[in-house]
Every structure is written in C-alpha cells, then in structure tokens.
Design a protein around this ligand. Structure first.
Ligand SMILES: Nc1ncnc2c1ncn2[C@@H]1O[C@H](COP(=O)(O)OP(=O)(O)OP(=O)(O)O)[C@@H](O)[C@H]1O
Ligand SMILES: [Mg+2]
Length: 312
C-alpha cells in the first residue's frame, strides 16, 4: 500500500486466558476510510484501543502517522481523535462547555479552546443547542457532540468505535455526513461498525475481523463480487422449495441455498434470468418472482465469518 498512515503488524492482545487479538495485520491508506467489521467480541475495540494508545499490545507493533503507538504514544496522541463506544460527554455541562473543556484538556489556550468550540458547534449543526446541558440532548446529538469533541485538535487520524450504534436512521445519517465532511478535508478515518450498510456507505476499504484476525480486506464492491451473484426466487408453492433449490444448485449453484418458506436465495455462477426461469418451467415449478442481484454485505459477512445470522 502506498503511504499507509496506520500500520499494525502481528498484533496480539491477551487478557488472562482471553486472546482478544491473534496476529492482527492492518494498513490504512492516508486520506481513506477503513471500515473494520466484525461480530461481537471479534477484537474491534481492542484493536482501536491499541492504535489509539489506550492499551499496549502483548505482541506485535503498530504505528500511526509514522510514530510507534507504544514507544511514541505522546506523538501519536497529538495526531489522533477517538470517539468511543461509550460517550465521553459530561451530562452536566452544556455542549459548548464540554468542547471548551476538551480543548483545555488538549492544551489549547483558553481563547483558542473557545474559538474551536464555536467553530465546531457551527460546522456540525449543534450551534442552536450549544448552551443547553448535554443531559437534555437526544442520543444522536450526544453522539455528534462526542464525535466533534474528538475533532477539537483537528486529528490526522480519527478512530470511531461504533459511532452510530443505537441511533435512529436520521441521526446515523447526520454522523455519516459529518464523517464525509472530515474525509473531504483529508482526515483519515478508521471506524468499527456492526452495520454493513454503514461500511458500504462510508468505507473505501473494509477489513473483516473475526477471532482477533483480519479474515478479509478489500473494497466493498470486490468483497461482494467474491461471492458472485445471487439468484432470488419466490415460488408459488413453498412445497417446491427443496426441489427448486436442488435443480438450480445443480445448474449454477456456487454455495448453500437459503430456504425460507416460499423464498429461495442461492449464490450462482453463470446463469441468466431467462435460463433460470426456463429451468423452473421445465420442471413444472411455478415461480411468482425470479431475480438476479449482487449480494449484500450482510451475505458477504455471514459467509466470511461463517456464523448463523442470530449470533452476529
Ligand atoms: N479489558 C478487558 N479485559 C478482559 N477481556 C477483555 C477486555 N477487553 C476486551 N476483552 C475481551 O476481548 C475480546 C475482544 O473484545 P473487543 O471488545 O475487542 O471486541 P469487539 O469486536 O469490540 O466487540 P463488540 O462488537 O461487542 O464491541 C472479547 O472476548 C472481550 O471479552
Ligand atoms: Mg467493541
């Protein structure tokens, strides 16, 4: 990779008997958005905490902006922002006071801290609520305040650990827009998420991690292309599902079909829509709907992490 700004090599992290990371390798290109996807417990937060200097690796090394996260933690901290899974907002302070406090905490002078707070509140649409205590903010506003608090020092690299978990679609959209604005200005973003559409929307590259290792690393499009095309069929009679699945699997299947009532979905190789319809017709199976589509990232993720949907 040209010009990686985040580099992790063979990171291991043990907590007693728990092996949170088991040889995690990751590079993030400068100016890009890297989405780190993985099921609960995969090691996403652990990786972010190590890169953000909040935890030391048991083994391996990592650098951010050319500085070692263990030996040069201070240099790293000056160049990064972190918005975590648990918001760092003080409920009793107003939005403006929260941001000023962060500025002072990061050694900005009093005047600079004030200016910076005003600037950020304006830019990220919190100016109207700036002088209300954060306890009165909605979940989305709080998360936005947490996010902009991580921008007080204008970071080169921003780490976002599940920035939109639990937010409604509108608030998620607002956070996404804020991230896009930052990226447009050259900030590199590493975000963890369990929402595949979030990674699809924001990330240039996706690292899928499971059991403390990166198991896939590619663009969203190429990850989807890896599992090919999906053929979706809605049958007139659910009793035909197994027979239809068998028929289409033999004809063009590239993996296990999903069956649910009258619905059948199957990863396929070379088959056109008319061919699929003809196959079904010839076998006397009536279909209400037949379609070919790209897989969703959900399907890619489930295939890669090899878990049943309920546990993801
Ligand atoms: N401070 C800690 N002490 C002990 N075990 C920990 C600690 N932090 C993480 N772990 C364990 O390490 C593993 C990875 O946890 P981590 O929080 O990195 O996962 P995650 O991918 O962020 O999960 P989630 O999606 O739930 O946030 C889990 O088994 C977790 O229980
Ligand atoms: Mg986590």
């Amino acid at each position: 990779m040209e010009d990686p700004i985040v580099v992790a090599e063979g990171l291991h992290k043990r907590y007693g008997d728990t092996r949170a990371l088991r040889g995690l390798d990751l590079e993030v290109a400068k100016g890009s958005v890297c989405g780190v996807l993985g099921p609960n417990g995969a090691g996403k937060s652990t990786a972010v905490r190590i890169l953000a200097t909040l935890a030391d690796p048991t083994e391996g090394r990592a650098s951010v902006a050319g500085f070692d996260v263990v030996r040069q933690a201070g240099e790293v901290r000056r160049r990064i922002g972190l918005a975590g899974q648990s918001a760092a907002v003080d409920e009793y302070l107003t939005g403006r006071e929260n941001l000023r406090m962060f500025g002072r905490f990061h050694h900005l002078g009093r005047r600079r801290a004030r200016q910076r707070a005003d600037e950020l509140l304006e830019r990220f649409g919190l100016a109207d609520a700036a002088d209300k205590p954060a306890s009165g903010y909605s979940g989305g506003m709080r998360r936005r305040l947490d996010l902009i608090a991580s921008l007080v020092v204008d970071p080169e690299v921003l780490f976002l650990d599940e920035p939109t978990t639990g937010l409604d679609p509108r608030s998620r959209g607002e956070i996404w827009q804020a991230v896009r604005d930052l990226v447009a200005q050259g900030t590199t973003v590493l975000l963890t998420t369990q929402y595949l559409d979030e990674a699809d929307q924001l990330a240039d590259d996706i690292a899928v991690i499971d059991h403390g290792r990166v198991i896939a690393r590619d663009t969203p499009d190429r990850l989807k292309a890896q599992i090919g095309t999906r053929l979706d069929v809605v049958l007139a009679d659910p009793a035909d599902a197994v027979r239809a699945a068998g028929l289409l699997t033999v004809r063009a299947g590239r993996g296990e079909p999903d069956l649910s009532g009258e619905r059948l979905s199957l990863p396929v190789g070379e088959i056109t829509l008319p061919e699929a319809v003809r196959e079904l017709d010839a076998a006397g199976i009536a279909a209400v709907d037949v379609s070919l589509r790209r897989p969703t990232l959900d399907e890619v993720f489930l295939k890669l992490t090899d878990r049943p949907k309920e546990t993801v």
